[in-house]
Design a protein around this ligand. Structure first.
Ligand code: ADP
Ligand code: MG
Length: 157
């Protein structure tokens, strides 16, 4: 974050995995090439579920799973999706060429993004998923730029 930028946020509550997927799908229809999204949340919070929705919204028909063994998986869609799960990079400084993805033509979604904090672009949409109760989750969107502000406002309406 630059000095002077203020962090804005908005939160949504979902009551099932399907609702989380729907929210991801709606979000995807508002995204543009080069957009970067981070996903934080405990194991089982719903990061991959949300990403499956994003993939659907991008017109990707292939099944999206956690890319546990590959760190990045690429999917062809209306806009390509670069799905990263950087959990295995914890305690390593490895740069797998993140900028190629962030500056690429696709949309990057990063699970456990705080692990690669130093490599993340300033302009991005941070998404935090928290357990609420049973099948309910609180999904919070944090952003500083007008670009993501517009997207979250459209998602709200
Ligand atoms: P993560 O990638 O964060 O580890 P997953 O998306 O793989 O989490 O798993 C989330 C699990 O929680 C799934 O089994 C899903 O069915 C379940 N679930 C229950 N309620 C919700 C909800 N509201 N949103 C997302 N997932 C939910
Ligand atoms: Mg996951």
């Amino acid at each position: 974050m630059e000095v002077g930028d203020s962090m804005n946020k908005d939160q949504f509550v979902t009551n099932s995995a399907e609702e989380t997927e729907e929210l991801g799908k709606s979000l995807a229809t508002l995204l543009e090439p080069g957009n970067v999204l981070t996903l934080e949340g405990d194991l089982g919070a719903g990061k991959t579920t949300f990403t499956k929705g994003i993939a659907k919204g991008l017109g990707i028909n292939r099944t999206v799973n956690s890319p546990t063994f590959t760190i990045v998986k690429e999917y062809e869609g209306r806009i390509p999706l670069y799905h990263m799960d950087v959990y295995r990079l914890e305690n390593s400084d490895e740069d797998i060429g993140f900028d190629e993805y962030f500056n690429g033509k696709g949309i990057t979604v990063i699970e456990w993004a705080s692990i690669i904090e130093d490599y993340l672009p300033e302009d991005r949409l941070d998404i935090k998923i928290q357990y609420n109760q049973e099948d309910s989750r609180v999904i919070e969107f944090l952003y500083t730029s007008p670009h993501y502000e517009t997207i979250v406002e459209k998602l709200r309406s």
